[in-house]
Design a protein around this ligand. Sequence first.
Ligand code: VGL
Ligand code: ZN
Length: 236
Amino acid sequence: MKAELEFVPALIVVDMQEDFCPPNGSLAVQEGRSIAPLINSLLDAPGFAVRVATQDFHPPDHISFARNHPPPNNQPFVSFIDMKNPEWSSEETKPQQLWPVHCVAGTVGASIIPKIKTDKIDIFVKKGMDPLVEMYSAFADAFGNTEPILMAQSVNINVRDALLAQNVTDVFVVGLAGDYCVKFTAIDAAKAGFRTWVIDEGTKCVVPGSGWEKAKEELTASGVSVITANSPEVAR
Ligand code: VGL
Ligand code: ZN
């Protein structure tokens, strides 16, 4: 009966890509590049059993790109469109926020910034590849679909199964952006049954200040702990 005592931590580095970083990223998050040293120190820490990096990896016709929708309701950051659940039997729709073109598969914008020590990464997760659906989380699309057949179009690997195969118990999340992909990845990690932590100084937000405050409330309500980098809980 030592199951409760087990601590097998994984690190997930979310979307540390050129398009989310100043000065040239098309969806640059303020100070996005500045968290690279902290993330590298975590990647160097021997304590993590698995190190994952995610990449937003969209086709040019992705549903979240404002330019793929007719005016006037196609203003990046501002407009929302109705997005349909790609699950064939579902009629469900959701409002989807529109973005500038970003992280197009194969472009420099989709590449992980060179500062990040990618040689330490065990698993690269590409997500958002299905043109018809948004996927902020590395675990599920915007409708919560996690079935492999459906997911195969939007993601290149089932992260939950990959982490479970390594007996992971705890997931630590850092990267960009705190109020979108970091938040949804952490909430889904908790839903998947992992004890989940977001490291506060390890993320920056599309909407700094109020966006991060709201995200922290949602994280806490979902059972995710937001902690500082020097907390004793952080694997080293
Ligand atoms: C993200 C907006 C659109 C993110 C991705 O990585 O947080 N945000 N696509
Ligand atoms: Zn995206």
